[in-house]
Design a protein around this ligand. Structure first.
Ligand code: GDP
Length: 538
């Protein structure tokens, strides 16, 4: 940490791919994700006024085709992907729905990013949802930059916060900036990566804060001139201590997902946001190579390829139109292009892609690796599907996660069983929930990661399919996909455990364990099988 990690005038990469930063924000509700998102857009020049994420002006979008798609279809795709420029880079910020609609969607969005920003409330530290989302990032070694928010309020001691991140997430931490005071006495931060002192400017509502003063290290007398004596002394002392306690920043360790640089700030005061953006511009990875079944796809390959990571249904219950969000993995996509839908082998001409890549939200005509395009379709695209210029690629690492909450679903009208089955199948294909059909019995088991999803599903099944449905408790404690190299062994397991086996929406066998013991016993009796918590798309 003796050398700055990067300087402000770092060269802008020349290739369109290297300029891209596709990322998501992970946080627990209330930590400040929405506020930070707004401020990132504000600094990126994508919005003029704070508050615009929640209430975007109608005027700005009046002439945009892009928005027409949205209006005609009645879908709000507006906030799913937000693209803005900063420091010569193109940032694609993917929204991960928080709290209420916490669902598989949230998890899957993380399969489409190259890095993440973890927002933590300085008073609360690592909270439940942050931890869960972090675990998903870890599955794919997604590099994480941490933003400790709300320094303008009394919070925890910065050492305590760093220690908690390290301990609870088993992740190396290194401060990227260091806070000077906290709460009412919060004065600003010293940016250790850029060697700059940035002070909180009070009463500058809405204006972007200054870039701060470049310093020649912490011993620079400039600090003594700009800060009260006791604040400088504390800053010097604390940074020295932090340098002793934390490993020096390593770009490799960060990029491999083992180390997180930590910025401190106050999103609501626009404070620390520029430093965070500078950090992402300089350190966050550009589009990474994507693993596929037979090979790894490099972002600079000529042929266009991508995978579906999210499906958003139409809000209009009369239509089954959906928008499939595709993460481009390679190539130079142009509107009107013909792509192959690998799972079905069919050609698709992409006439009306929803492209997010336009400063003024005008229609963009093209997109590159790392960008997201939205494809309106009638339900033929599923999560995990690959689109290519002909090659039979199957991208991996877009798993289904064994749901944590399970309930039994049955129709209010027993004669509507078939209809319910169809509705559940479609919703499962959309990735709204996991649906399992037990081999014995007429009910379905539905699994979600957030309990509110049951309400969302019940509502959608009633309004879109006209099937009132009841969700009830089930004795099933956990589901695991049954996998193994010997198909006969799988069949033997299924035959021997019929009352505890179901099929998922692709027809793959799953074991429904009543408790942890039941699961252990199955694994013991069938050592040749694997009981998996995740499943790759077929
Ligand atoms: P989200 O649920 O993570 O999207 O959080 P929000 O951005 O909606 O913020 C939650 C609450 O924290 C709101 O009342 C914000 O105004 C407030 N908040 C966000 N950032 C800051 C900050 O830097 N300082 C303080 N004091 N409050 C903040």
């Amino acid at each position: 940490m003796t050398q700055p990690a990067f300087s402000r005038d770092e060269a802008v990469p020349s290739s369109v791919i290297d300029r891209r930063r596709t990322f998501a924000i992970i946080s627990h509700p209330d930590a400040g994700k929405t506020t930070l998102t707004e401020k990132l857009l504000l600094f990126g020049g994508a919005i003029q006024l704070a508050g615009a994420v929640k209430a975007r002006g109608e005027a700005r979008r009046a002439h945009s085709d892009w928005m027409k798609v949205e209006r005609e279809r009645g879908i709000s795709v507006a906030s799913s992907v937000m693209t803005y420029d900063y420091a010569g880079r193109v940032f694609n910020l993917l929204d991960t729905p928080g709290h209420e609609d916490f669902s598989e969607d949230t998890y899957r969005t993380l399969t489409a990013v190259d890095s993440a920003v973890m927002v933590i409330d300085a008073a609360k530290g690592i909270e439940e949802q942050t931890r869960k989302l972090f675990e998903v990032c870890r599955l794919r070694d997604v590099p994480i930059v941490t933003f400790v928010n709300k320094l303008d309020r009394e919070g925890r001691d910065p050492f305590e916060i760093l220690d908690e991140i390290e301990q609870t997430l088993a992740l190396d931490v290194t401060p990227a900036s260091w806070p000077i005071g906290m709460g009412r006495s919060f004065l600003g931060c010293y940016n250790l990566f850029q060697e700059r002192l940035v002070l909180l400017e009070k009463g500058t509502k809405g204006a972007l804060p200054s870039e701060g003063a470049a310093c020649d290290g912490l011993d620079d007398p400039k600090l003594d001139a700009l800060l009260p004596a006791d604040a400088v002394a504390t800053l010097r002392e604390e940074v020295e201590m932090a340098r002793g306690l934390c490993p020096a920043f390593s770009l490799d360790a960060y990029r491999e997902g083992h180390m997180t640089p930590v910025f401190f700030g106050s999103a609501i005061n626009n404070f620390g946001v520029r430093e965070l953006l500078d950090g992402l511009a300089a350190l966050a990875p550009s589009p990474r190579p994507q693993p596929a079944r037979d090979r790894v796809v490099a972002p600079d390959e000529k042929a266009v390829s991508g995978f579906v990571f999210k499906i958003q249904a139409n809000m209009d219950p009369k239509h089954r139109d959906r928008i499939a969000f595709v993460r481009l993995c390679s190539g130079h996509f142009k509107r009107g292009m013909k792509l192959t839908h690998v799972r079905t082998g069919k050609a698709m001409v992409i006439h009306t892609p929803v492209l997010f890549l336009a400063q003024d939200r005008e229609v963009a005509e093209e997109a590159h690796a790392g960008d997201i395009i939205g494809l309106p379709n009638h339900g033929n695209l599923r999560i995990g599907d690959a689109l290519t210029e002909g090659e039979g690629l199957r991208f991996t690492g877009i798993p289904s996660f064994a749901p944590e909450m399970l309930q039994k679903a049955r129709p209010v009208d027993p004669l509507k069983g078939k209809h319910l089955g169809r509705a559940l199948q479609q919703l499962a294909e959309e990735g709204v929930a996991s649906v399992f059909k037990p081999m014995i019995g007429a009910d379905w088991i539905v699994g979600v990661v957030g309990s509110l999803q049951f309400d969302v599903m019940a509502d959608r099944i009633r309004t879109e399919y006209d099937v009132p449905v009841i969700f009830e408790p089930t004795p099933v404690h956990a589901v695991r996909w049954v996998e193994g190299d010997d198909a006969r062994l799988i069949k033997r397991f299924v035959d021997a455990n019929q009352s505890a086996v179901a099929e998922d929406h692709d027809g793959a066998p799953v074991f429904m364990a009543r408790n942890a013991w039941h699961l252990d016993k199955a694994a013991e009796e069938f050592p040749g099988l694997r009981f998996e918590k995740t499943k790759e798309p077929v």
